[in-house]
Design a binder for this molecule. Structure first.
Ligand code: MRU
Length: 356
């Protein structure tokens, strides 16, 4: 494994007995792997962001559903399917926004349904194969995003990123950080600016950790500093990830992404959304159709502080994501290439033809 990717974010253990994740709530202070076998622990890991990032939660849920299937002791397919479906629905209820979670679970369910005539042990094997396929496909897709994204950058560029869309959010390379990892491996010297990303600090805790571990020397900034860094001329491109891309190109990503996109437009800086087509949701016509997760007020009022920093009882609004209007996006970097406006058309074309 290269220096850029020292840690494994999500995997099925060699015997197919457990989901293995890097506990991201402990980073950067402690690097701890968790070996999860029980459904409630897997669901909890997704809900608490021990594993997070759209592709990673899809892969974790797929492994989780395989583990659920493996433990089902049923006499016939119908009884097996009823319990599989209950496990699927429970995993799907963990987080609402990243479409990869639902995509991956649907893929798993479809494998079971398509082979309903087969013996149950065979169906379980096929489910394990599908979970592994989801893990492996993600790594290949992210690498392709990295190649296409790197083609948009020049040696020495200043690049700003928000949240963590690196290998900690996927199975390898990342999406928005994939061009950076590949560039670093090839000797590019980027000047990297990392938004801390309030309130859960995915930038400060995860992106800064991931990039430092890769040998880069990122500069961490508070979210409210992005404007002045851009104004100073030090940013040549913004790269962000995506949790769900609507059919018109509106991109839902970590809260704060919209503000970064507006600033980039103001200062004439290209704003790229790096996203696998598994994150496209053709059923969402625009960003308004994307469900936005609301999270606990304590993430704002007291988490990370030694003592509570807001008056008790204060009303808190804590949406975990926002939607960047497609008009603000310079290009959408997918595994098949870079899509340009008008996005309705370019998205339809890539969904129909893929890389062809
Ligand atoms: O709440 P999180 O940490 O799961 O949010 C993650 C993001 O918003 C990422 O930018 C997105 O999932 C893209 S990951 C390649």
């Amino acid at each position: 494994m290269t220096k850029s990717m020292q840690y494994e974010t999500v995997a099925l253990d060699d015997d197919g007995d457990a989901l293995v994740i890097l506990d991201q709530t402990k980073l950067p202070g402690e690097v701890v792997s968790l070996r999860l076998t029980r459904q409630e622990d897997i669901r909890r890991a997704i809900r608490l962001l021990q594993v997070r990032g759209a592709p990673a939660i899809g892969a974790a849920a797929a492994c989780g559903l395989y583990l659920a299937a493996k433990s089902i002791d049923a006499d016939d397919y119908d009884a097996f399917y009823e319990r599989l479906k209950a496990a699927k629905d429970a995993l799907a209820a963990t987080r609402p926004t990243a479409v990869n979670l639902f995509r991956a679970l649907d893929r798993m369910e479809n494998v079971a349904s398509a082979h309903r005539e087969q013996a149950l042990p065979r169906i379980k094997t096929l489910l394990r194969d599908e979970a592994i396929r989801i893990l492996e496909e993600d790594a290949a897709v992210c690498r392709a995003i990295g190649e296409h994204g790197l083609g948009l950058l020049r040696d020495g560029d200043g690049i700003l990123t928000h949240c963590n869309a690196g290998y900690l959010a996927t199975t390898r390379y990342g999406t928005a950080l994939a061009p950076i990892h590949l560039g670093l491996e090839r000797g590019y010297r980027f000047k990297l600016f990392v938004d801390e990303t309030r309130p859960l600090l995915q930038g400060a805790r995860l992106t800064a950790f991931e990039l430092c571990a890769a040998g880069a020397e990122p500069t961490l900034i508070c979210d409210n500093m992005a404007a002045c860094v851009m104004k100073s001329g030090r940013v040549q491109a913004v790269l962000v990830g995506c949790d769900r891309l609507a059919a018109n190109g509106d991109a839902c990503n970590k809260i704060g992404t919209l503000g970064v996109a507006i600033l980039a437009k103001h200062y004439g800086i290209p704003f790229y959304v790096c996203v696998p087509t598994s994150t496209f949701d053709p059923r969402a016509a625009t960003g308004d159709d994307i469900p936005i997760e609301q999270r606990a007020p304590e993430e704002i009022t007291e988490m990370w502080y030694e003592k509570r920093m807001a008056p008790r009882g204060v009303r808190v609004y804590n949406p975990a994501f926002d939607v960047t209007d497609h008009e603000l996006i310079t290009g959408i970097v997918t595994e098949h290439g870079v899509l340009r406006p008008p996005y309705g058309e370019s998205i339809r074309r890539v969904m129909r033809d893929g890389g062809a």
